[in-house]
Design a protein. Structure first.
Length: 346
């Protein structure tokens, strides 16, 4: 029997994008979807003391306020990243702020960190005994002048629920946020969050695909010097490739999906080399097939995430990617994901 969400997808596409997203969150919350079952052992991977049943995660932004992460686990994701969460609840930018670019298999969003704030999110997380593998992505409120205080507050409330924490310094929709990728500002954030989080939670930084080469070098150096647990790359891009055809291509905001695939893969390869393969990297941006997933692992990703492809392919995508990835790993003689990480650089 086709699962509930697969039946729902064609109907969701007829709705305005933000309404469709709400409906998808509700459907995941409802627990009506079938259980994904256990994963092929070749997909299992271990990082930061966690055993990931598979390396395919749900990227930040789908479940900003921890409403649907359990349903996402049931869909077959190996891990889920919630957020971005800000200290105070925030309404985000005026609508419309989310646009489908179907002709380009892409999305543009300028949501602006709409979320329920750290207290509500902590309450929700505290209600569940088992949360699956959970990343928590932290942001800052739009009006906050001293960014470090916001990230530290997020960590104070949420670190105890997280298998890893992410400093999101790369969304294009909060003024000044991406300036936090500057080395001095980034080091200050890292230190503030480490001082605030009582637990030794692995700390990652999520970066933009629009950095200059010298910025990439600086971030790699900060990540190694300050013992980050990893980097997530990439967030959405402010670039607008000439190839875009859809009506909404000139909307302001961050572009995700297929047009991000090649630049995000190339950047991942560069950061793998800059960090000498010593730092776990989470690859995200335009992953839509098992071939994309495998290419990202070979370029240097230890884990993967996706969001936009789900909008176009629906929830069956997760099982398909995992199946194709397992086949490709085996065909090339790899018995684990970690053995294939960075294979293109050897
Ligand atoms: C509607 C939407 C909202 C997003 N919100 C966030 C967010 O709050 N925090 C964040 O770090 N990334 C956010 N992202 C970025 C995604 O996590 C991901 O990095 C990006 O979309 C590229 O992956 P994809 O091509 O698979 O979508 C958002 C993306 C979309 C499409």
């Amino acid at each position: 029997m086709p699962d509930f969400l697969s039946l729902l997808l064609p109907a969701l596409r007829l709705l305005p994008p933000e309404l469709a997203h709400r409906a998808a969150v509700r459907a995941l919350q409802s627990g009506l979807m079938g259980n994904a079952g256990s994963d092929d052992p070749v997909l299992e991977t271990e990082l930061w003391g966690c055993r990931f049943p598979n390396p395919v995660g749900l990227a930040a932004g789908f479940d900003k306020s921890a409403e649907a992460y359990r349903g996402a686990h049931r869909l077959g994701f190996g891990f889920v990243e919630i957020g971005s969460v800000t200290p105070r609840p925030q309404a985000g930018n005026p609508r419309p702020r989310l646009f489908r670019l179907a002709a380009d298999c892409a999305v543009i969003n300028r949501m602006g960190f709409n979320n329920d704030g750290v207290r509500r999110v902590a309450e929700r997380l505290a209600r569940q005994e088992t949360r699956g593998i959970l990343g928590i992505n932290l942001g800052k409120n739009k009006e906050t002048a001293d960014a470090a205080t916001d990230y530290a507050e997020g960590a104070r409330h949420l670190a105890r629920f997280a298998d890893y924490l992410v400093l999101n310094v790369s969304s294009p929709n909060t003024p000044g946020l991406r300036a936090l990728q500057d080395p001095a500002a980034l080091v200050r954030l890292i230190e503030a969050v480490r001082a605030a989080a009582a637990h030794e939670t692995p700390l990652l930084v999520k970066i933009a695909p629009d950095l200059a080469p010298e910025d990439e070098r600086d971030i790699a150096r900060v990540a190694l010097d300050h013992s980050l647990a990893g980097l997530i790359l990439t967030n959405t891009t402010t670039a607008r490739p000439a190839s875009l055809r859809a009506r909404h291509r000139d909307e302001a905001g961050g572009l995700s999906g297929a047009p991000l695939r090649a630049p995000a893969t190339a950047m991942l390869g560069r950061l793998y080399r800059l960090t000498e393969g010593r730092l776990p990297l989470i690859g995200v941006g335009g992953i839509a097939t098992g071939a994309d997933a495998y290419a990202r692992i070979r370029a240097g990703a230890s884990l993967l995430q996706l969001y936009t492809a789900l909008v176009y392919a629906g929830p069956g995508l997760v099982a398909r990617i995992k199946r194709e990835l397992a086949d490709r790993l085996r065909a090339d003689g790899f018995s684990t994901v970690s053995a294939a990480v960075g294979a293109d650089h050897r």
